[in-house]
Write a protein that binds this ligand. Sequence first.
Ligand SMILES: Cc1cc2nc3c(=O)[nH]c(=O)nc-3n(C[C@H](O)[C@H](O)[C@H](O)COP(=O)(O)OP(=O)(O)OC[C@H]3O[C@@H](n4cnc5c(N)ncnc54)[C@H](O)[C@@H]3O)c2cc1C
Length: 360
Amino acid sequence: MIIQENIPISSLTTMRIGGNARYVAEVENLQDLKEAYEFARNPKMRPEGAGTKGPLPTWIMGGGANTIGRDEGFPGLIILNRIKGIEILSQTADEVVIRAMGGEVWDDLVAFTTERGYSGIETLSAIPGTVGAAPVQNIGAYGQDISHVIESVDAYDAQTGELVVIGKEDMNMSYRSTIFNTGKDAGRYFITAVTIVLENESSMQPPFYNSLQQYLNEHNITDYSPTSIRNAVIAIRKEKLPDPKIEPSAGSFFKNIYLNYKEAESAESKGIKVYTKSDEQKMINSGYLIEQAGLKGKTLHGFHISDKAALILINKSANSYADLVAARQEIIDTVYTKFGFKLEQEPVEIVAATNTALEK
Ligand SMILES: Cc1cc2nc3c(=O)[nH]c(=O)nc-3n(C[C@H](O)[C@H](O)[C@H](O)COP(=O)(O)OP(=O)(O)OC[C@H]3O[C@@H](n4cnc5c(N)ncnc54)[C@H](O)[C@@H]3O)c2cc1C
């Protein structure tokens, strides 16, 4: 395993901002992973040099598609997950159990499953990033999220140095939140593999998520097989969302707003469009608030508020985190003044102080 020094975080993340990481390790197997954490814990493993005497903070990264680097960089070790492999563990007449290693590209897993006719993650097609990061914020799109299919994850517990298996019931999954990114254990578990259970045959039937249904109607598509739905989702995303290889972004920059029925009634009385998500939950699309506040299509401090999807900030010409902070504040303030809702950022920021992985 090679550990590189002074690597710009901007080169590791799709938003393309952020100063240098002191060290970066790419891990391809469990042995590499243990050695990487040992390198961070034990100063004797590192070359002599200023600022590397005590234990180093660590940060886990996959594809950097939901991660923002700050201008001050990161004084520790970023561990990039490149552990590969997909295997079918078992299959019955109805279900198939699949384990994918955390460093696999998420969309390669979706392609693998849809090609074989398995259903459960087809609407999660073309989400950038790795398999290991998918459970962290419970990725979701077009009506599915990974909480619907996940069974367990294999993980390295950075506090104890042990390999553990964490079942879905212990992940506390909700909209963009799990134990892996929220609360005292955020950053503690390095997910090495994800086990999901899919259906052998698709049971997906209309009505689908609004924009997906609209696309199917417009193109007279009545084939709801996993491959057909995957192709539709890819076509919609291609039309609406920036390709991170060409236009730097972190996808949706703000989370949608979830409300109870009472809060929803109050929002609706002010003329705000509210969607019903479940018997208990309603939701406001934050992109709609940004659009209604007149910000869609504007460029603030080098960040363009996408004219196709207002939740997405595209880095047109900014090269500092300070620019992002200024643009973010302007959007939050404008929406708050107009609607009274405070937008919350979705991508995580690499901050040494929040790291919990070295309390061994
Ligand atoms: C154009 C675009 C569109 C997007 N669309 C969607 C969408 O439709 N739905 C959606 O939910 N998200 C979407 N995203 C966000 C992003 O793709 C997902 O959050 C994805 O899971 C990030 O994967 P990653 O490997 O790049 O994670 P990273 O950005 O590398 O990491 C994200 C977080 O997970 C942690 N992490 C990463 N790997 C591991 C691991 N192995 N073990 C433990 N923790 C880990 C990191 O420490 C960090 O906190 C989009 C992003 C872009 C750029």
